[in-house]
Write a new protein. Structure first.
Ligand SMILES: Nc1ncnc2c1ncn2[C@@H]1O[C@H](COP(=O)(O)OP(=O)(O)OP(=O)(O)O)[C@@H](O)[C@H]1O
Length: 212
């Protein structure tokens, strides 16, 4: 699904990640790593938000740096601590993302219902709690038909029922062929998801811990 070749990422002169040669197969992947290890940096690179050196390919055909439009259509990113302009409503963002991503009819409604976001979408996001912001960010991340969805720290601020609903959506989309990368800075297990592999960001690289 993802192939790294001679990849490296630095901030100014400070190296953060180096992945000389690695293939991450399709599936649901859980990426662990301590605070500051480089998980968010990896996701921002994959989401096309940060420059890097080397090559990253998606599904063997989309070279992320060389095909930015196809890249952004193919990968969607749910941020760890999402922030939106305070005056905009959740519904306006959902409408915008649904249009830009050509989301199938009814998909936004299904996602908002599943994640318990329908009631507050008409309100301006400046009035949202951190959990409401996270639910909105998940609705936006699932919109459209990307082949890879990146969810950075998806468990933080969500109540137990919403975490279960999110697991349900991940499995539903996985059955339809979507891959997922999920991160956590906590060393927790994920018994409720059929994980393809667990990875660790450590010593400035990404290493496989376990795989099915
Ligand atoms: N914009 C930036 N400029 C300079 N250094 C940065 C920048 N963003 C992140 N870093 C550095 O890169 C390293 C990796 O940070 P990153 O946010 O990717 O870690 P993380 O694994 O997501 O951490 P956490 O679990 O705390 O969210 C850290 O040393 C951090 O200080």
């Amino acid at each position: 699904m993802l192939t790294f070749q001679g990849f490296s990422k630095s901030y100014a002169q400070a190296p953060v990640l180096e992945i000389p040669e690695l293939t991450v197969p399709a599936g649901i992947h859980w990426i662990k790593g301590r605070n500051g290890s480089g998980k968010t940096t990896l996701f921002k690179v994959l989401a096309g938000l940060l420059p890097y050196k080397g090559d990253i390919f998606l599904d063997g055909r989309v070279a992320l740096a060389q095909q930015p439009v196809l890249h952004r259509q193919s990968i969607s990113f749910g941020e760890a601590e999402p922030l939106y302009p305070a005056f905009i409503t959740g519904q306006e963002l959902v409408n915008l993302f649904a249009k830009a991503r050509q989301a199938p009819e009814g998909q936004a409604h299904h996602l908002a219902e599943a994640l318990g976001a329908t009631a507050f979408l008409p309100k301006a996001t400046g009035a949202y709690s951190s959990g409401m912001l996270k639910k909105l960010s998940l609705v936006l991340a699932f919109l459209g038909e990307p082949s890879l969805i990146l969810l950075d720290e998806p468990l933080i601020t969500l109540d137990t029922a919403t975490v279960q609903a999110m697991y349900g959506l991940i499995q539903e989309r996985h059955r339809q062929g979507t891959s997922f990368l999920l991160t956590s800075h906590q060393d927790i297990e994920m018994p409720d998801l059929p994980l393809t592999a667990t990875w660790l960001v450590q010593h400035q690289t990404l290493s496989l811990v376990t795989s099915r």
